[in-house]
Design a protein around this ligand. Sequence first.
Ligand code: ATR
Length: 285
Amino acid sequence: MNGEQRNNLVDGNTKLYGIIGNPVHHSFSPHMQTKAFQAIGLNAVYLPFLIEEYQLPALLDAFKIAGVQGFNVTVPYKEKIIPFLDKVSIAAQSLGSVNTVLYENDTWHGFSTDGSGFVRSLENAGISLKAKKILLVGAGGAGKAIALSLIHQEIAEITILNRTKEKTEILSSLINKIQPELPVFTSFTNSSRFDILVNSTSVGMKDNQCPVADNLVEISDRVVDIIYNPPQTPLIKKALKKEIPCMNGIDMLLYQGVEAFEIWTGENAPVNVMRDSLLNSLNLL
Ligand code: ATR
């Protein structure tokens, strides 16, 4: 039997990975990660696990018995999984959120690839963050993950705007604690200019709304919207109309998965296979 045939089989040696969440049926990761395992000839599959909160305390023992090698965590368990893990990376500890868990040497080790996936998606697009002025719109879970990764990228400054002001203050204090030298602002003036505007809110996903006023788009040299569905949000459309370079959230989604894959396997992820899977799932191929 040649390698290619073997890759398409599940057999007695197949390793198991997955994603926990509630809901979880909409996740693109089972297809993307299983395709990626197959592409590098790894005998493994990745399945969705719909978990109820009361099941969390027993989950890791059940996974251990079932031979689960690693898993992703999505809403609403990214924070709630932490007390059950044996180790949590420093980045995930600061964030208070875990989206990737590795089982290794009889321990469950938590990581977060949300922010690092965002940074890597920009790197891959040839967008440097060094000395850049960032405008981050949104201070929810995704915004916090992005901010805490950006602050390690030698950016010049970060301005954070969020509908609920309290969250803006909490995030800016956290940044001050981690990077006391970095200028953090929570408002802007008409003379401000930004190198990159990042939308981390869910505005534009279902409501056909733009998360910021036109003048904020105009004072930004580049726009990144982390929303991937629809691929062209009202914010992206606005940027395109004004000929401002822009990027949607497909690559952030891709690279958080790429980084999880690399944590689990120690191998370079087959990025193009994974991107094709996502584009297929989004009916964009
Ligand atoms: P996620 O984990 O996807 O970031 P979240 O933690 O619920 O989800 O954060 C959602 C973000 O979108 C928040 O910044 C939220 O603003 P609030 O902190 O004020 O709730 C923002 N958001 C959602 N709906 C919004 C709306 N209609 N207008 C402005 N901001 C909105």
